[in-house]
Design a protein around this ligand. Structure first.
Ligand SMILES: Cc1cc2nc3c(=O)[nH]c(=O)nc-3n(C[C@H](O)[C@H](O)[C@H](O)COP(=O)(O)OP(=O)(O)OC[C@H]3O[C@@H](n4cnc5c(N)ncnc54)[C@H](O)[C@@H]3O)c2cc1C
Length: 298
């Protein structure tokens, strides 16, 4: 079995960006990708210059085509399910039963988002959104709900208030906003509703109404929510990589995890989720891995 210089697990924005830097450095690279990026349901991706408003799948297809030019980079559509070994000698097993070896591992595996309220899943990235920079402009001046509580609710509401003055905060249970925060919202005619949510009524992902457990209904055009986000891939943890208090992979400024020879880039290791940031981190990880390989061999 031949050993790759690098196996990249996750072939979306961060993974492909790293693969380009490594391919252009003539490194032998295998990209293992399960084909499930977090933004796949959103019709238009915004705030990434040169691709503003494009469908995420188109951006990825172009990225993949450009990386395929570099012949030392290979691709496999599969899911990595296990990893073992140490710096210089890693082994990765996939769901379909394949085994691959590499000197270095890069995890560009992103996050998995889930939602508690019925209907949110179907609207995710369409009218139930998380990021004012990605989708806020498109819902400017609309009737907006913030489904969140406490500090996060206040933080998002402040940002969204710049885009629309028609905002209601739905805390889905007792508010944990401070008195000062509640007063600031009230001063701006932003109501806080504590009633428990039952369901979102929508048409093909476009939200129409929020239904509460007490039977009441309100009309909304868009909701900003905080999904439950977890690591898409748990192999790094099993290999000993530390997580931060917010459950991101802990990396230093060079995308090194806490385990030698294992790197991470993209959503799995940063609070700031965007295509541009994932691509930048992948680009940096590619260069750093190439530098480490160079220093070890030269
Ligand atoms: C709904 C939504 C809308 C968004 N809209 C925008 C927007 O408009 N503009 C913007 O800039 N950003 C947007 N974002 C954020 C942006 O999509 C992410 O920051 C970006 O996708 C992160 O890239 P990534 O490569 O780190 O992870 P992802 O794109 O999530 O890709 C991770 C890849 O790793 C693969 N993978 C995971 N585990 C394994 C495994 N064990 N084996 C093999 N493969 C694996 C997955 O299948 C997937 O292909 C949005 C995010 C969401 C959730």
């Amino acid at each position: 079995m031949s050993k790759y210089d690098v196996i990249i697990i996750g072939g979306s924005y961060a993974g492909l960006s790293a693969a380009m830097a490594l391919g252009r450095s003539l490194r032998s690279v295998l990209v293992i990708d399960a084909g499930n990026p977090c933004n796949k349901q959103t019709p238009h991706s915004h705030n990434f210059i040169t691709h503003d408003g494009e469908a995420p799948a188109n951006i990825l297809a172009q990225a993949r085509k450009q990386v395929e030019v570099y012949k030392t980079v290979q691709f496999v559509s599969d899911e990595a399910i296990e990893g073992k070994g140490e710096n210089g000698n890693f082994e990765v097993n996939t769901k379909s039963g394949k085994i691959f070896q590499a000197k270095k591992l890069l995890f560009a595996t992103g996050l998995k988002d889930t939602h508690e309220v019925k209907g949110f899943e179907a609207c995710w990235g369409i009218s139930v959104i998380h990021c004012p920079y990605c989708h806020g402009y498109e819902v400017r001046d609309k009737q907006i709900g913030i489904v969140s509580n406490g500090e996060h609710a206040f933080h998002i509401t402040k940002l969204v208030y710049n885009l629309s003055k028609n905002i209601t905060v739905y805390t889905n249970g007792k508010s944990t906003l401070t008195d000062e925060q509640t007063a600031k919202l009230a001063n701006r005619n932003i109501m806080v509703v504590e009633d428990k949510l039952a369901e979102a009524m929508h048409e093909q992902g476009h939200i129409k109404q929020l239904i509460f457990k007490n039977g009441e209904r309100v009309s909304v055009d868009a909701l900003f929510v905080k999904p439950n986000s977890t690591q898409h891939c748990t192999i790094p943890e099993k290999l000993g990589c530390k997580l931060t208090e917010h459950e991101f992979l802990q990396v230093d400024e060079m995308q090194n995890t806490t385990v030698a020879g294992i790197y991470a880039a993209g959503d799995n290791c940063t609070m700031i989720r965007s295509v541009a940031m994932a691509i930048a981190a992948g680009n940096k990880a590619g260069a750093i891995i190439n530098m480490d390989l160079t220093n070890e061999l030269f």
